[in-house]
Ligand binder design. Structure first.
Ligand code: HEM
Length: 310
């Protein structure tokens, strides 16, 4: 992906060997497994995959330390970056290195791991689902292309940030694909005090996993709920009082802080894709319809895309 929030191009698409992305995938799988384990057995006995998890955590942590080291070197060579950071990591380092900062190095590293875990797979899977769903509807693809050609013009990529804000139909398609295939369909919450939700008593301290996709697929909230109909997001908010039933970025005080970045990133990739390529094939290895796999995030399994230059 072109955006480099940490100033280092991880280049996951062209790397031959293992990259941090693969380690994150494994970490997610174990996160899911441990979340649903009846007992935290790994505190007493570790299986092979638990040792692999430790190894993956070590690799990610070393990679993050390396991102920080490279960024600090860049900033020390160009001190103006402390006042005008050129990416998210530099901004965090500038805050960390300020006099009297109460922000620790370990917190800096922890925040980067959080951003990698929270922002990478979620956005990539949402994009994959978007492409899959849009490709099922030729008329939607045509409208997406018409919008990109109209707003981006002759350029191969969007050249002004404001252009992304004008991509209303693409934004509606993103909302609709995230309604049908949210990449983060589980949200964990804990009751701060005794409460009652829909006639169910919830004692303080209870952990709850919210299934955010259920309400988004109810006829009472969205007519013909299983259909991919981006136009339902083109109406004014007052016409659609049920939009809050769809919460792919969560809700409340812990609402995803990366949601605007994620949508901008998706719009950038979609415009580059549509402007420069035709999708010549979109398939799975066995030719069957694409399956969902939940490993904390929900990914399409084995989706393959062939592109032809436009
Ligand atoms: C399409 C992409 C994304 C989806 C679907 C997504 C979804 C979510 C969801 C459902 C939550 C939990 C919200 C809640 O508890 O109510 C969350 C939290 C979070 N997300 Fe995202 N996210 C995405 C992209 C990103 C990006 C790009 C970043 C940052 C670079 C990010 C950073 C975070 C962080 C730090 C949290 C934890 C917030 C907290 O606990 O206070 N997310 N996200």
């Amino acid at each position: 992906m072109g955006a480099r929030p940490f100033g280092t191009d991880i280049n996951t698409s062209e790397s031959e060997g293992p990259v941090v992305q693969g380690n994150l995938g494994d970490i997610f799988r174990m996160l899911q497994k441990r979340l649903f384990a009846p007992l935290p057995y790994w505190h007493w006995i570790k299986q092979a995959e638990d040792h692999r998890l430790d190894e993956n955590n070590r690799i990610v942590s070393e990679s993050v330390q390396e991102f920080i080291r490279l960024a600090r070197d860049r900033m020390n060579n160009s001190p103006a970056l402390f006042d005008q950071p050129s990416n998210l990591l530099e901004a965090m380092i500038a805050a960390r290195d300020e006099n009297e900062s109460i922000f620790l190095d370990s917190e800096l590293a922890g925040n980067i791991v959080t951003l990698l875990l929270a922002g990478e797979n979620t956005t990539a899977h949402s994009l994959a689902w978007f492409i899959y769903l849009a490709h099922q509807s030729p008329d939607v693809l045509l409208r997406i292309r018409e919008e990109v050609d109209r707003i981006i013009g002759k350029d191969a990529v969007s050249t002004r940030h404001e252009q992304l804000g004008e991509l209303d139909f693409i934004e509606a398609c993103i909302n609709e694909s995230m309604r049908l295939r949210p990449s983060a369909p589980l949200v964990g919450v804990e009751a701060n005090h005794d409460t009652v939700v829909a006639d169910v008593a919830i004692p303080k301290g209870t952990m709850i996993l919210l299934l955010t996709r259920v309400g988004a697929l109810k006829e009472m909230h969205f007519a013909n709920p299983c259909a991919f109909r981006p136009d339902r997001w083109m109406t004014s908010v007052s016409e659609s009082i049920h939009r809050k039933a769809c919460m792919p970025f969560g809700a409340g005080p812990r609402l995803c802080p990366g949601r605007f970045l994620a949508i901008e990133e998706m719009k950038m990739v979609i415009t580059i894709l549509v402007k420069n390529f035709d999708i010549s094939a979109l398939d799975t290895p066995d030719g069957k319809s694409v399956q969902k796999r939940l490993t904390f995030t929900m990914a399409p399994v084995g989706l393959q895309l062939k592109l032809r230059r436009r």
